[in-house]
Design a protein around this ligand. Sequence first.
Ligand code: NAP
Length: 488
Amino acid sequence: MSGGDMAKPLLGHRSTEADPSVVPAAGRTIGVLGSGDFARSLAIRLVCSGFKVVVGSRNPKRKACLFPSAAEVTFQAEAVKKTDVIFVAVFREHYSTLCDLADVLVGKILVDVSNNTEINHHRESNAEYLASLFPACTVVKGFNVVSAWTLQSGARDGNKQVLICSNSQEAKRTVAEIAQVMGFTPVDMGCMSSACEIENIPLRLLPAWKIPIFLALGLFLCFFTYNLVRQVIHPYIREQKNKFYKIPVEVVNTTLPCVAYVMLSLVYLPGVLAACLQLYYGTKYRRFPDWLDQWLQHRKQIGLLSFFCAALHAVYSLCLPMRRSHRYLLIETAVKQAMEKKMNIWVEEEVWRMEIYISVGIIALGLLSLLAITSLPSIANSLNWREFSFIQSTLGFIALVVSTLHTLTYGWSRAFDENQYKFYLPPTYTLTLLVPCTVILAKVAFSLPCIQHRLLRIRRGWEKGRYVKFVLPSATGEYSSGETSSNV
Ligand code: NAP
């Protein structure tokens, strides 16, 4: 099956009018082996979707009261006799106890819904193990990626995709139809060898987030240490002042915007590097290095983490005046000024600087919120490609520019004040400007007509030094071939 087909639902509803021998998906009898949490939720969902359900339990009398009255709960052997499709809602460890049913299971479809407790726990997947125990059955792996809770609440909440694989196309189609009637989206993952991969999916912990989270933590650690040295260690060593109280709020609050700002620029930097490579090689058909490919794929998560840090920075900043230390310092300054008989403490430039940088900061946060909201699949799906690219690319870049203005107005002229250089270390904001300004300058350069035109041509398929084969009729009427460079 082609890669493109993999993500597509297997089938729409199959028309049963043309072939009367085909049992419509809804209305057919489905068997469930086991009476645990998953079996119960599955039975409820199947009944609600219009299927007849027969549950096979080792102790049907005790378990019947746990199932909806529309479901029949009986002994395992009785249950499997009544249906051709049986969900095995039993742990792998107990598969061998089902071997007594081998005779009645001949020719039936077994749906393996099991998960493991560890990635690649066993040499073979659970579904392959089940198939080896019941060679006369057709095993389909599926439904393990949905939880009992999702089954009960219906496909409205939680993940709607059900990944399916099997060596039998027919069995896969049957299970896909059942999933569709239940409100799920079946995704064909190919043959049984994919079962291991499907079984590992529910065990993975945020795989797409690992690199962005480590990146954010790394940046946080670097900036935190830098700010700690400047704001706490320096006054302690040089002036014997105890400023350790600043660590939980002030140092964290000067670190968060640095992380948010640099992370935002890291969303746009790989695009700039990709464009540079395309310009350098004069083609879009050359693969990017793996690290750049990975980076490009993680832009959404990096952007969301940038928004998270920016939102935290906003909350921390709002809380700054609430602190007791802030109130003490305010009173202390007022007392000092009163003693020095200073009546007018208004500094026009400072007032304007603060008004502007707060306003610009709020706008930047608003734009980042918009980017974060539109990256949610449900919202992104409601946008067409142009809208999505306008928000993520154009508004995203504007957010970077506005954040740069926020940083610059925050810093103002302090970069030129030598008192700001603690242990010769420049103010943190000057360091954070490095990557974003590079990105902004590169983007400005790419918008110059000569570069923009070349980049556009490359992205439309033009290649530097490409030779195009052409065919000319000769004087004798025969055709002769030659080559020419397309960029001549
Ligand atoms: P559970 O609550 O412990 O139920 C397991 C059932 O297996 C028991 O109720 C029992 O029913 C039956 N069983 C058959 N032979 C058995 C034996 N020899 N020893 C013990 N029990 C035996 O587990 P579950 O949460 O429903 O999970 C069932 C399967 O679904 C597992 O493979 C799990 O990985 C998979 N799954 C579960 C979830 C979930 O959210 N719970 C999600 C995805 C996949 P009787 O006593 O009636 O025979």
